[in-house]
Design a protein around this ligand. Structure first.
Ligand SMILES: Nc1ncnc2c1ncn2[C@@H]1O[C@H](COP(=O)(O)OP(=O)(O)OP(=O)(O)O)[C@@H](O)[C@H]1O
Length: 280
């Protein structure tokens, strides 16, 4: 398994009607171990695109290929062994323990009538350690905070040992320390060769650790490529409809950060005037 991803002309709508398409003609390629940051305003289709990539939704057109294999040709078990998916939210009404939930990440590798093996339990324990939640192992999952639950879902996906990991806003419920911890885990997983696709509301995340960024808006990928080349102040303004300054922090950090500016909205005409670098 190499974790190579090829998305070609992907098109999806919940009703199947042309006028209701969430997106169409989405194409991009990722090499093994690349981190792709998916940005876009609320409702632009980021979660929907991730669900199409995980085959939880069937694209109307186009293909998702992993390591050259079209997901259409693979069964659910094989897809689950290749792709880990951490959804934005998931409700669990039954009080499984955290340990049980994390071991469920091994489901595609455990036989229908078998119990988890020593390896399955060790993998689950290692994931909990890595995410820093082993102290929650015996806690019922319906008695967790939103952030703790998010960490459990990430640990569950790691236990799967996937080649590709899809993360839908993985830091949305986390305190600053845990946000950075998860971004560091993303970084180290990518270095181990896992390909990561991460939806986010923070363009800073693209500067922090993404090899590629894509901006989904108006049913299409309006920008795609190296964050340092693609993410300009104009592109961010078109994306979010507000003024955002990009500032470079030196002092040993040497990284760009995004600073929203209050009450400085440009008119649409001002934005339209002149061509904008970075837009597809
Ligand atoms: N199950 C569904 N049935 C019908 N429409 C849906 C469904 N889920 C989402 N949508 C619609 O599809 C569009 C894209 O939603 P999606 O959740 O993918 O956006 P998003 O970019 O992830 O949004 P956010 O940033 O707010 O999480 C929205 O218009 C949404 O209302």
């Amino acid at each position: 398994m190499t974790g190579r991803v090829n998305i070609s002309n992907l098109c999806f709508g919940y009703t199947g009607r042309e006028k209701d398409l969430v997106f169409s003609k989405i194409s991009f390629d990722l090499e093994q171990g690349e981190v792709f940051c998916l940005l876009g305003p609320n409702g632009s289709g980021k979660s929907t695109l991730l669900k199409c990539m995980a085959r939880l939704l069937n694209p109307l057109e186009g293909s998702v290929c992993l390591d050259g294999e079209n997901l259409n040709t693979l069964g659910a078990g094989k897809i689950a062994r290749k792709i880990g998916f951490v959804p934005q939210s998931l409700v669990c009404v039954f009080p499984f323990t955290v340990e049980d939930i994390v071991i469920m990440g091994r489901a595609s590798r455990i036989g229908m009538i078998s119990s988890p093996s020593k390896t399955d339990r060790r993998k689950a324990f290692e994931s909990m350690e890595r995410i820093g939640i082993s102290h929650l192992a015996k806690r019922p999952c319906n008695r967790l905070s939103g952030g703790e639950w998010q960490l459990v879902l990430i640990a569950r996906a790691l236990t799967q040992s996937p080649g590709v990991l899809l993360l839908d806003e993985p830091t949305s419920h986390l305190d600053l320390g845990n946000q950075i911890k998860i971004l560091e885990v993303v970084d180290s997983l990518a270095k181990e060769g896992i390909t990561i696709i991460m939806a986010s509301h923070f363009p800073d995340h693209a500067f922090l650790n993404a090899d590629k960024v894509g901006i989904l808006k108006d049913r299409t990928m309006i920008a795609l490529g190296d964050p340092n080349k693609v993410l300009s102040e104009d592109v961010l303004e078109i994306t979010y409809g507000i003024t955002i300054k990009i500032v470079t922090i030196d002092e040993g950090i040497n990284r760009k950060i995004c600073v929203p500016v209050l009450n400085q909205k440009k008119t649409k005409q001002q934005v339209k005037n002149g061509s904008i670098d970075g837009l597809v």
